[in-house]
Write a protein that binds this ligand. Sequence first.
Ligand code: OAD
Ligand code: ZN
Length: 298
Amino acid sequence: MSTYLPNDDMASFSRVLSKSKHIIAVAGAGLSAASGIPTFRGAGGFWRKYDAISLATPEAFRNNPSRVWQFYHYRREKALQCEPNPAHMALAAFSNKQIREVLAPRSTFTLITQNVDGLSRRALDSIPSSVPGIDIDAGAIDSQPVLLEMHGRLFDVVCTSSACGHRELNFTSPIVPALAGTEKFVEAADIEPEIPTTDLPRCSKCGALARPGVVWFGEVPHYLDVISKLVDKADLCIVVGTSSTVYPAAGYASEVQDHGGKVAVFNLDRSEGDEDADFLFLGPCEKTLPAALGLKKD
Ligand code: OAD
Ligand code: ZN
C-alpha cells in the first residue's frame, strides 16, 4: 500500500454528499462490529477451531450439516442478543427521504449490505417515520429499494430439496431443540455435539433438511441485476466496514469511480483498494459515519 492517504476532510465530504444524486452504500461486517457481531477476517474470524470462511460453503454443509448448523445457530443467537449501533442508525436515518433532503437534496439512496445479521433492517424499522423497506421480492421493482441484503439473511431458512425450495423467515430461538445450548461452545477446545440430520431444522412444507438462507462461497448473491443498475448510475459510493476482498461487492466502488463517481471509505483499518478512494475515514464507523453524514447525536 502506498503512503499516500486519500482526503479525510469531513467538510469536503459533506460538500460532495450534498451534490450527489444517486448514492449507494456498500457495507460489510465492520458495520456490525460495534454491535458485538464478530467479523470474518482477522481476530474474531474463528469459531471453535474453524476459520469462519471455511464453514460458509455448500461443501461444508454437505459434509457436516450438524457443524454448519451449529455455527449458524451460534450466529443467529448472537444476532438476537445484539442491537443496531450508531452506524446502522445513521444509515437508516439517511434512508429517510425527509432527512436526506437536508443533507443531499433530491437524491436516491440504497444500502447494499453483505451482512446477514438483520441489524440494518432492524435499524430501519426502529425509525418511526422511515420510508418502509421495499421488499423487491414482493414485486415493487420500479421503486428504488432502501436495503438489499445481498448475502441473504441469518433468519431465512431454506429447503435443500430443489423440487421444493421453500424459504421462510424464522426467528425461533433456538431454531430446533437439538441446537439449544450449542452456541455456548465457541472455543477451539470445545466439544462438538453431533446432531443427527433428523434433529436439524427441517422444511416446514416438505420435511427435507433445511439450510440457513445465506449466500455461501460459490453461490450467486441476491439482487445482482438491481445492484448493477444502481452501481451504474451511482455518483457516490460509501464503503463501510468491509475488507473489500469478496466479489462482486468488492468491485462496486471502482465501478462507480470508473464512470466518474466518488468513493468514500469508512473502515477501522486500511482495506483493499482504499488508496484509490476519494475519501478515507479511518476509525470506528459507529463514530465516523454519523459524523460524516451529519447525523451525530450531540
Ligand atoms: P471482513 O471480516 O472481511 O472485514 C471486516 C472489515 O471491517 C475489516 O476491513 C475491518 O477493518 C473492518 N472493521 C472492523 N471493525 C470496524 C469498525 N468498528 N468500523 C469500521 N470498520 C471496521 O468482512 P466483510 O468485508 O463483510 O460472505 O466480508 C465479506 C464477506 O466475506 C462476508 O459477507 C461473508 C464473508 O465470508 C459470505 O459469507 C458469502
Ligand atoms: Zn421443502
